[in-house]
Design a protein around this ligand. Structure first.
Ligand code: ZN
Length: 467
């Protein structure tokens, strides 16, 4: 029962003192090493501990109290006859992990280390509940995607639960001299870390932008999709753009990483879609390559819809942005492949525009159809809100059709699955002319005109209504 409450987000700081695997981490900045103890309460005939490939090179002095530990290969160890409460201890050379040339393994940002926990945190796959207590010296911070258990008081160890996700899902922990800022958004907590050199004023500008983007994301259905999230900004020179590359990571918790220009103004930051796009990904589960068009489509649709709802864009700007996106998708579409095929090979073909914007067309089409059928009582927001309530916290991949089928079941419709099948099997960009005419979206050369007496102008207005 208690686990059910935590999953529903009602008990954000609930204690999980009963966690089966407990880590104690103590960091030494001089050597960039983490002293680690892992204790597990339950007895077991055999336990197996793992790291991700390559990780074995970063740990030293691995010991099991008085007991024996057999090394099976580079990344696996076996302990027979595990007694209740036994512990392993070892040292992880985080500085060396950060020297990796592989950005998914580790990197250095100034003096801050970014390290994948799968490389140095031994994992007993038989356990599902893990808790960590992290002790950092004064002036140093540890920022993981994990779920914080209690507000930090600066002295005691900071405690976390570590979500169990597939080990292949990317995760990065920041370790160094920085401050983590806690942003409360309704019942949800967003932990913000700004890396790079920035003045107090620049930090305040970046923080304000993140807060507005979070508030915009919460207009989807009144709250953030997840009870706790991590946001890491990489503040640099921006190379002429206020906001650069953004990325959503799902390993051991949900995190968004975004590159930003440290000199960007609040207006220039607000004019960019990246933050709301990445935050929108929190509302759907991991959908794999087959579901990339659904995932990216939702984020591309919402990056305009949610910003308009919160007043960051006018309706005119939002529809023009969506229209420009559809235009890019249409110009780069491939008439030989179905959307499902294109989605699967999106990375190789670099078919991002066609996949993202075909997906956005799917969500717009479904949203309008649902609102039309329900007299505007039900839209995709409703379906995703119910998915959030029942299913989003489960840390696993969903099949694309399984996901839309669940959304339909939650609102008693067939709209999502029917459109899903049609869109997935279509070659070339989805036709939107009829939908445009109904909604009163009229292309006039380079500009998009909103027609007020169109048959479904009211639905168009309802989608972006301020909230
Ligand atoms: Zn995306």
């Amino acid at each position: 029962m208690r686990r059910g409450l935590i999953a529903a987000g009602l008990s954000l700081f609930a204690s999980t003192a009963g966690a089966a695997a407990r880590y104690e981490l103590i960091y030494s900045p001089d050597t960039e090493r983490m002293q680690i103890r892992l204790c597990i309460d339950a007895t077991a005939a055999v336990r197996e501990f793992r790291l991700q490939r390559g990780g074995g090179a970063y740990i030293d002095d691995l010991r099991r109290g008085q007991g024996e530990l057999q090394r099976l290969d580079e990344t696996r160890w076996r302990a027979a006859d595990w007694k209740a409460g036994e512990c392993l201890s070892y040292v992880a050379r985080l500085g060396d992990v950060a020297q990796s040339r592989d950005r998914d393994v580790g990197a250095r940002v100034g003096e801050t280390l970014l390290v994948a926990p799968q490389q140095w945190l031994l994992w007993d796959t038989a356990e599902t509940e893990r808790e960590a207590a992290v002790t950092m010296p004064a002036g140093y911070a540890f920022a993981p995607p994990w779920q914080e258990l209690a507000p930090a008081d600066g002295k005691a160890a900071q405690r976390y639960t570590i979500p169990a996700t597939p080990s292949s899902w990317s995760a990065l922990v920041a370790v160094g001299r920085f401050e983590e800022t806690r942003l409360q958004v309704g019942a949800a907590l967003a932990r913000l870390t700004i890396l790079g050199t920035a003045t107090a004023e620049q930090r305040a500008t970046l923080r304000g932008w993140v807060e507005r983007a979070l508030a915009a994301t919460a207009t989807a259905y009144g709250e953030l999709p997840l009870p706790q999230v991590q946001i890491v900004l990489f503040a640099g020179n921006g190379r002429g753009r206020a906001v650069g590359f953004g990325q959503s990571l799902r390993g051991q918790g949900n995190a968004v990483h975004i590159q930003v220009d440290v000199n960007a103004s609040a207006a220039a930051l607000d004019a960019d879609w990246t933050a709301v796009h990445e935050f929108s990904h929190w509302a759907h589960p991991y959908l794999g390559d087959d579901g990339a068009w659904l995932a990216e489509g939702l984020a591309s649709y919402w990056q305009y819809v949610l910003r308009a709802r919160s007043g960051l864009l006018t309706p005119q700007q939002a529809w023009a942005g969506l229209d420009a996106g559809f235009g890019r998708g249409r110009r780069t579409a491939d008439d030989r492949l179905t959307l499902a095929e294109l989605s699967r090979s999106m990375q190789d073909r670099r078919a991002y525009y066609a996949v993202y914007w075909s997906g956005a067309a799917f969500w717009l089409t479904a949203d309008v159809e649902l609102r039309r059928a329900s007299g505007d009582r039900v839209g995709i927001d409703t379906a995703l809100q119910r998915f959030h309530a029942c299913c989003l916290q489960r840390k696993r991949e969903w099949g694309a059709e399984e996901f839309v089928g669940k959304l339909d079941a939650l609102i008693g419709s067939d709209v999502l699955r029917r459109n899903f099948r049609e869109f997935a099997a279509r070659r070339g960009f989805p036709p939107l002319d009829r939908l445009y005419a109904q909604l009163g979206l009229q292309r006039d050369g380079d500009t998009l005109r909103l027609v007020d007496d169109a048959p479904e102008a009211a639905i168009r207005e309802a989608i972006l209504r301020r909230r």
